[in-house]
Ligand binder design. Structure first.
Ligand SMILES: NC(=O)c1ccc[n+]([C@@H]2O[C@H](COP(=O)([O-])OP(=O)(O)OC[C@H]3O[C@@H](n4cnc5c(N)ncnc54)[C@H](OP(=O)(O)O)[C@@H]3O)[C@@H](O)[C@H]2O)c1
Length: 353
């Protein structure tokens, strides 16, 4: 594929989101015209930070009212765009009805956006924000992967409506994207598959991303007796934005890209915050024993089923991030910097103590 024309508008779905915010910032700084597809363009608490960035950069932003479940609602936003970033998808774990709250918006939304791309002759590349959740469900899946490490070849086969439905929604949505891509030849598809995203939000007050519920629990005393040593990957939100940008504008970008800076776990994520914040906040300092979590987990947190504890606690997480480093030149910030800056935001915004 030839280079994307930077004088043409670029569509970002879910532009109000935590991850999308940093991508929109990068696009505006590069002088691009951003078509921001959002559910409610009138809701200034969700868009004011983007307007402010646009005013300070050479780029410009235009809002379009779009909903993942409203067929055809991305048509106007996509008009004249060569490049589409599809980031919108619910990232919540505490839901009443997983089919309605997660699977439908993720899968039907992806179908809606990509079928609109099929009808919009200007579109040449689509970058979908998938997730490592489309690669694995539980840390134990790493052990079952070839060579004991997650790669772009691996697909999530263990999530379901009943077990980790968010991961199921991301798996089905990415599969849908590849299926729609296979059936046409007008545009190419690249997916960015981040692990858990952390780093300062551009608009903490309005963020609904699950990333911040997790961070908050590290500092609000929920884990003061210790943290479950759950293996997971971590990546900085600014590195994820850079990855999207490069996936959009590098002609040779191809396929899936694991976007994960660090193989880590909850205990290490807490420990890295101790030198700077340990005196003021009840951060976890040690791991809770697995046997104890098997007993108290299901009582204290409905996500901590016995199956979840068995498959994640004390199990290391391992993913290969060499493809994105080699092909797109993406580098990853140190974890300490990411964690400290995210936590500082919660302190500054008085979300904690
Ligand atoms: N954060 C992570 O750790 C992480 C890791 C891997 C992948 N991801 C992926 O990154 C993307 C962004 O997530 P995030 O963390 O930035 O979460 P977020 O801040 O909650 O952003 C989600 C976005 O999706 C939009 N959205 C949700 N339901 C919608 C609907 N029915 N119609 C239109 N828009 C809808 C939201 O719009 P409103 O503002 O209107 O609610 C919001 O802009 C998602 O695809 C997520 O799966 C996130």
């Amino acid at each position: 594929m030839a280079q994307i024309d930077k004088t043409k508008p670029v569509l970002v779905t879910g532009a109000t989101g935590y991850v999308a915010g940093w991508l929109v910032k990068k696009l505006l700084e590069e002088g691009l015209t951003v078509h921001a597809a959002v559910r409610d363009p009138e809701n200034k608490t969700k868009t004011a930070h983007l307007d402010k960035i646009a005013a300070q950069t050479s780029g410009s932003i235009q809002y379009f009212k779009s909903d993942l479940l409203a067929e055809g609602s991305y048509t106007e936003a996509m008009k004249d765009c060569e490049l589409v970033f599809h980031t919108a998808s619910p990232f919540v774990t505490d839901v009443k009805d997983p089919q309605k709250d997660l699977i439908d918006p993720a899968v039907k939304g992806t179908q809606n956006v990509l079928e609109t791309a099929n009808k919009t002759s200007s579109v040449r590349r689509v970058v979908v924000t998938s997730s490592c959740a489309a690669i694995y469900t539980d840390a134990i899946d790493c052990q079952k992967a070839p060579g004991g490490i997650l790669t772009e070849e691996v697909w999530n086969t263990t999530a379901s409506l009943k077990h980790q439905p968010y991961s199921y929604s991301k798996t089905l949505a990415e599969k849908k994207a590849w299926q729609i891509f296979e059936d046409q030849s007008q545009w190419d598809l690249v997916t960015i598959n981040p692990s858990l995203v952390m780093g300062p939000p551009l608009n903490l007050k309005a963020t609904t991303s699950e990333s911040f519920s997790i961070l908050k629990q590290l500092g609000d005393g929920t884990m003061k007796m210790g943290a479950p040593k759950i293996g997971l990957g971590l990546v900085d939100v600014r590195d994820v934005a850079e990855a999207h940008f490069k996936a959009g504008f590098t002609p040779t970008a191809k396929g899936r890209y694991i976007t994960s800076g660090h193989d880590t776990d909850f205990v290490e994520m807490g420990k890295v915050l101790l030198p700077k914040f340990g005196n003021k906040f009840p951060l976890p300092k040690k791991a809770l024993p697995k046997w104890l979590l098997m007993i108290i987990g299901p009582i204290t947190n409905k996500l901590f089923t016995r199956k979840f504890v068995r498959n994640n606690v004390n199990i290391p997480w391992k993913a290969d991030h060499s493809k994105i480093k080699k092909e797109l030149g993406v580098t990853f910030r140190p974890m300490k910097e990411t964690m400290e800056e995210s936590f500082q935001c919660l302190v500054d915004e008085k979300v904690l103590g």
